[in-house]
Design a protein around this ligand. Sequence first.
Ligand code: 5CA
Ligand code: ZN
Length: 413
Amino acid sequence: MESWTAPSVPALPGHGPALRLHDTASAGLRETVRPGAERATMYVCGITPYDATHLGHAATMVTFDLVHRYWLDQGLDVHYVQNVTDVDEPLFERAERDGTDWQVLGLRETALYREDMVALRVLPPRHYVGAVESIPSVGKAVAELLDKGAAYRHESGDVYYAVEADPNFGSASRYDRETMLRYARERGGDPDREGKRDPLDPILWNAPRDGEPAWESPVGPGRPGWHIECACIALDHLGAAIDVQGGGNDLIYPHHELSAAHAESLTGEHPFARAYVHTGMIGLDGEKMSKSLGNLVFVSKLRAEGVDPAAVRLALLAQHYRADRQWSAAALAEAELRLGRWRAAVERELAVPAGAVLTAVRERLADDLDTPGALAAVDAWANETLAHGGEDPSAPTLARDTIGGILGIDCTR
Ligand code: 5CA
Ligand code: ZN
């Protein structure tokens, strides 16, 4: 798949401290990149393109964009991969409902997503990979898992992964079995299906079903299961041990637990990721924003209404990424005011020296992406500049590059 383009991060003086993020697997902060490493790798679970990008997706993508930007600012060689789940049941169902082709639907919504990401100043991943593109790799991986005895064929022809094959199963999510069963049921698993070795075993390869697309593979015709797609895309583009596996906290189980299990069974290396990083859910009126509830605010709709995407981004950054949080018109209005103050300060020729802002923004972000702290540091600079001004004509430029480069908020207008 084509990625998208965006302005790169400007060279800023010095470097911030090593980035530490909360790791779900160790339930604590973890340095994201090995000390001394020059390369950083990240895999983020992207959209299932059957509808437009809503603010929940946007919040998650903006969060990992901060990781991307922080690493670039540190001079690291960043390898960031994101997928598009462009073949899955929701696409078939929506296409059928709307009388369209699932591939046309997927391409249309993916194109809109890319436009939204450009507007939100999300830097493009190095590789943006569709599930369909990964099918040859998945076919080989499923055959290998069958050979290794980590997978088995169900009487229906579907191939399942055997969770008992993974000695570390459960270590990414740390959930107990009861919680796993509940989430498997709610999030696309089939724990109640007869004929499986363990109710938690997930599907690796779907045998052909009426009305669904199928591809040839070494394990027969069919199409991939969900978790193995992400495992294969990550392994193919990033290798065995990645630095960050990212996504919303709705993916902790089963998706991230099982894609890690698949990857580890294929490579023999544990852990699949140094840090499993999960964003909180964006909600509206007290409920999680989700397609099933229909309480969605689309980025493209806000753009069409003339809302400045920089204000949307700033509103999303105003609270900490791990918190489940609510979108509201008031939050957007507050972000618009803040953006106005920042832009006015950046336009002042004489401004308060901005070195302290750069240092504070880096320090706050390095501490598990403390965006409220980073925004407060910029506020303090902007307020002081607007109240008194200073005597440093280079300060507006440094402030603009800090805000634009590290936080991704465009202050040039
Ligand atoms: N295609 C799969 C991942 S392989 C998927 O979960 N697609 S998605 O379209 O449902 O979500 C795309 C990304 O946005 C995922 O990382 C997901 O965890 C995150 N996400 C979904 N809903 C929300 C929400 N309400 N708030 C924050 N993040 C969300
Ligand atoms: Zn995924």
